[in-house]
Design a protein around this ligand. Structure first.
Ligand SMILES: Cc1cc2nc3c(=O)[nH]c(=O)nc-3n(C[C@H](O)[C@H](O)[C@H](O)COP(=O)(O)OP(=O)(O)OC[C@H]3O[C@@H](n4cnc5c(N)ncnc54)[C@H](O)[C@@H]3O)c2cc1C
Length: 401
């Protein structure tokens, strides 16, 4: 049986390119199959990347990042009332705003310069396990490898073609985003988390400051969209209006986001298959951070290294090595840490009750009308008004901790 490469990577996004670059550096012949005309053509992201994983792959100075995020802002709204708090650290260089339409082609070029073959406009439409390897059926014909690294994003085609899993709306969020060019943007990079802006939908909004543009968007549980019968396009338009942002809309995009959590991850391996990035359900949203990009890069790097170990040991079906290496990496450790916070997105109170509750409490505390009550009394009264108990509120809030 002849093989077209040691490793075939399906998908040329962050996970796929990181896996391809790493496998190639490990001395494996590597082929990346990407359905888009170029990497980044089909990729959407709200655009804040935590760069710790990227640093171990490339020289950060060369990467086309937008702005370092030095200001973190939380905005909770209810009607016209707004509670805002910001954390400013001018020296941090932990995360940057990015535009994937710029970033992914750059990383793909890097991979190609290092000798990885990236085949564009190559759609994988089926996969079968045969003769100690996997055959992927593509729009350009069949290709075979002893090992396939799946990096085809949230819809995880390869895993589905191999019968390993199906997709369910319970495990998906929808991300919608616009890139807007206003007359001016703040000089420094900022990330805003917007709570209470989505008319009770289960999800949150975001705004990132890029070099000359703003990325504005939202991530919403798919079953909440179905329940409330809201159109994705209307969410971001409504958000932009509420924020009072005006300017030319350069890009609009909508994309699914995996939402599994550590305890419910889909299969990460099968014989001859390693699953990475969104295809593996790697996403963290713990109320403070949304992370998919660093997990995609991190799992891609681990998969590239694991591929070398697996092939050196002579049994490409022994993919447990990848799972073991993942468990040792920040990817699984951080997913595990965030697992409690995953329940947050299913808690309607967080989106429908608490923004109003906090606004009412603050409104009363900042109003003087004669008889003054302590913060605790006001809080208790407002909690009771919502038909809740203090224990329930504390229990909800401790899930973020
Ligand atoms: C609106 C939105 C906001 C987000 N905000 C953030 C954020 O601020 N920070 C963060 O870290 N993460 C964020 N994420 C998540 C992040 O974008 C993803 O986790 C990350 O892009 C996953 O990378 P990936 O390489 O696994 O998948 P993708 O980036 O989806 O790449 C998959 C690649 O595979 C290709 N492909 C798919 N199917 C096939 C096929 N059958 N044949 C060939 N090629 C195929 C696609 O064209 C694509 O290039 C956001 C996501 C969305 C949608």
């Amino acid at each position: 049986m002849s093989f077209d490469a040691d490793v075939i990577v399906v998908g040329g996004g962050l996970a796929g390119l990181s896996a391809g670059i790493t496998a190639n550096r490990e001395g494996l012949s590597t082929l990346i199959l990407e359905r888009g005309e170029y990497s980044g053509a089909k990729n959407v992201s709200g655009g804040r990347m935590y760069v710790h994983a990227l640093k171990s792959l490339v020289n950060l100075e060369e990467a086309p990042l937008e702005k370092p995020i030095v200001r973190e802002t939380y905005e909770i709204t209810c009607g016209e009332k707004r509670l805002t708090f910001s954390f400013y650290d001018p020296n941090t260089r932990n995360s940057y705003s990015v535009l994937r339409a710029k970033f992914d082609p750059w990383l793909a070029k890097k991979a190609e310069e290092e000798g990885v073959l990236v085949m564009y406009e190559t759609l994988v439409h089926d996969a079968v396990r045969e003769n100690q390897g996997i055959t992927v059926r593509t729009s350009r014909g069949d290709l075979r490898a002893k090992l396939v690294i799946e990096a085809d994003g949230v819809t995880a085609g390869v895993s589905r073609y191999l019968g390993l899993r199906s997709l369910s709306p319970d495990s998906l969020m929808l991300g919608v985003k616009e890139v807007i060019k206003p007359d001016s943007v703040p000089e420094e990079g900022e990330a805003r988390v917007l709570v209470g802006y989505l008319n009770g939908l289960l999800g949150g909004g975001f705004m990132y400051v890029n070099k000359d543009t703003l990325s504005i968007g939202a991530t919403v549980k798919v079953n909440s969209l179905q329940k409330e019968r809201v159109l994705a396009r209307d969410i971001v338009e409504d958000l932009r209006t509420k924020l009072g942002v005006e300017g030319e809309i350069l890009e609009y995009s909508a994309h699914l986001i995996p939402y599994y959590g550590y305890t419910k991850l889909p299969p990460l391996t099968a014989p001859n298959l390693l699953v990475t990035g969104d295809a593996a359900g790697f996403l963290i949203n713990d109320g403070f951070v949304i992370r998919g990009m660093d997990l995609a890069i991190g799992s891609g790097i681990v998969a590239g290294r694991a591929a070398k170990k697996i092939l050196d040991l002579g049994d490409p079906s022994n993919t447990k090595i990848y799972e073991d290496m993942l468990q040792e990496s920040f990817v699984m450790k951080d997913l595990k840490t965030a697992s409690r916070a995953f329940q947050l997105m299913n808690n309607e109170r967080l989106f429908k009750v608490y923004p109003e509750l906090f606004c009412r409490v603050l409104s009363r505390m900042f109003t003087v009308e004669g008889e003054r009550k302590t913060l605790m009394t006001v809080f208790q009264e407002e909690v009771k008004r919502d038909g809740l108990t203090l224990t329930q509120v504390v229990r909800d809030l401790t899930k973020v901790m």
